[in-house]
Design a protein around this ligand. Structure first.
Ligand code: NDP
Length: 367
């Protein structure tokens, strides 16, 4: 162990390489290298750069609103239809958020709320009706559907040109063959965070933990399309921590609160936390955040106060301690979550343009 005085701000190895590329002075590069060596030797930890998903989502919404305004001047108002079956409180919250977001960016939206007892045939009829309406550009079927409904059949029935969730097999095929199509919102949001935070993807080692059709697989495909070297992990992966630790970019889409601990993360890696888990157990809160409940650090005092008041808190799949080793990290809340709705707006406008034969897509994302 050595005691050090930091001569400069110490960057992650990744950012260090980038810094070195852009700096011309040998002296600067040498000082940075010395700092890194000292930091590694002393086991010093650095707080990760926090990637602000709320800000990035807000930028995308502004771009989509500008696009919608241009289209409105040409007499086109992109429209989204959301189907919400029955009364699932969580789904109702999501749908309200989606409808409100449409209003904010100037899109038309409508909500369909068939009863909990709806059959597959009922919902197929509704989807067909929406497929046929020209003013509807996007159709979103809020999942989960009631157990008596054949969800796959319903998702297959959505016109691929209006499939703003990007779940239709045709859009899955377009994604894997790098053709223009509609890309699932959450994984598309992951890529937006990386690109807009100037985190290089090409040539990087990316590990995606989770292989769902909704998040893990499309996230892996998007990273591959952006020229990363991609590994996909799941519940049967051996030595998950060792595989994860290879990652320059680690995407966690698991659904297990704080499962990715600092041992899974290479120092300096970029960690994207897709997970959204409600923690209600005080012992679990204590494992993740310490604080007064643990009789320890009060660093998470604000979250702890909210937890005490509400009885729950939203937590990602990445343990908060990872901020001490990662080079960059998305927070929960305020990371990937806000991007999902922003990308839904993006997809609705994109669908409206593609359906009208305009391959031109001027919003910065350009996927
Ligand atoms: P799924 O349950 O569909 O998939 C979870 C994946 O994680 C599976 O592939 C599973 O492996 C893998 N997994 C589970 N346990 C382990 C383990 N112990 N080790 C390694 N892999 C494991 O979840 P989703 O993909 O739908 O969602 C993942 C997370 O992302 C959830 O927290 C969800 O709430 C969140 N989410 C957030 C969104 C947002 O807007 N921010 C949007 C969508 C989801 P296997 O395939 O072998 O079972």
């Amino acid at each position: 162990m050595v005691a050090i005085v930091r001569p400069v701000r110490i960057e992650s190895p990744q950012r260090l390489r980038d810094t070195e590329k852009t700096r011309t002075g040998f002296l600067c590069a040498s000082v940075v290298n010395i700092s890194l060596a000292l930091a590694i030797e002393s086991n010093q930890t650095m707080p990760a750069r926090i990637l602000d998903g709320t800000k990035i989502a807000s930028d995308i919404r502004s771009e989509v609103a500008a696009e919608a305004k241009t289209m409105a001047a040409a007499g086109i108002r992109p429209g989204l239809a959301v189907i919400l079956v029955g009364h699932n409180p969580a789904s109702e919250v999501y749908v309200r958020g989606k409808v409100k977001a449409c209003e904010q960016v100037g899109l038309y939206s409508e909500q369909h709320t068939p009863p909990e007892t709806s059959t597959t045939a009922d919902l197929l009829a509704l989807v067909e009706e929406l497929n046929a309406r020209d003013e509807i550009d996007g159709i979103l079927v809020q999942l989960p559907l009631p157990p008596q409904v054949d969800s796959k059949k319903i998702l297959m029935a959505v016109d691929p040109a209006k499939d703003v969730d990007g779940f239709h097999p045709l859009n899955v095929g377009f994604l894997s063959t790098q053709r223009p199509g509609l890309v699932p919102c959450t994984p598309a949001g992951v890529i937006e965070i990386l690109k807009r935070s100037q985190i290089p993807i090409a040539g990087q080692e990316a590990v995606v933990v989770g292989r769902s059709d909704i998040v893990g697989k499309p996230a892996a495909m998007l990273l591959l399309n952006a020229n990363a070297t991609v590994t996909v992990c799941h519940s049967k992966t051996r030595d998950l921590w060792a595989v994860s630790r290879r990652a320059d970019i680690l995407v966690a889409a698991i659904g297990r609160a704080g499962m990715i601990t600092r041992d899974f993360v290479k120092p300096g890696a970029t960690v994207i936390d897709v997970g959204m888990n409600q923690v209600t157990d005080p012992a679990e809160f204590q494992r993740l955040f310490g604080g007064g409940l643990a009789g320890g650090s009060a660093a998470n005092a604000k979250r702890e106060a909210a937890f005490r008041a509400k009885g729950s808190t939203l937590v990602g799949d990445v343990h908060p301690d990872v901020a001490e080793v990662a080079g960059a990290l998305t927070p929960v809340p305020g990371g990937v979550g806000p991007l999902t709705i922003a990308m839904l707006m993006y997809n609705t406008v994109k669908a409206a343009k593609m359906r009208r034969g305009s391959g031109q897509w001027s919003v910065a994302s350009g996927q």
